[in-house]
Write a protein that binds this ligand. Structure first.
Ligand SMILES: [Zn+2]
Length: 108
């Protein structure tokens, strides 16, 4: 038995690497990551493209506050992000391909 990283409930994993008791928990986990990731992505891109505005608006402080908020919301959870190994794999994969090309390749 394993503990679901979203709801904490115990479940019998079909695969050793399984983290979720079922689809709703996996979707909740991934939706939260996507919502949080979208705002962090926008902050990173504003910093890259409008560094003066980023500084003037003190967005570095907003970034820190967001991370602090996420940590507070996640208090008591085992893990709310991907494993380091998986993140490194995703980075390498993304650097090998372009997201727009990937979208075209997978379009019906
Ligand atoms: Zn669950």
């Amino acid at each position: 038995m394993k503990a679901c990283i979203e709801c904490g409930g115990s479940f019998q994993p079909r695969q050793y690497s399984a983290d979720f008791c079922g689809t709703p928990c996996r979707q909740a986990f991934n939706n939260r990551r996507a919502r949080r990731g979208a705002i962090l992505y926008d902050l990173v891109m504003i910093e890259a493209r409008q560094p003066d505005a980023f500084k003037a608006e003190q967005l570095d402080e907003a970034f820190k506050q967001l991370v602090q908020r996420f940590r507070e919301e996640d208090a008591g959870r085992k893990r709310t992000h991907k494993r380091l190994h998986d993140v490194k794999y995703d980075i390498a994969d993304l650097l090998r391909t372009r997201v727009n090309e990937t979208a075209k390749a997978t379009a019906p």
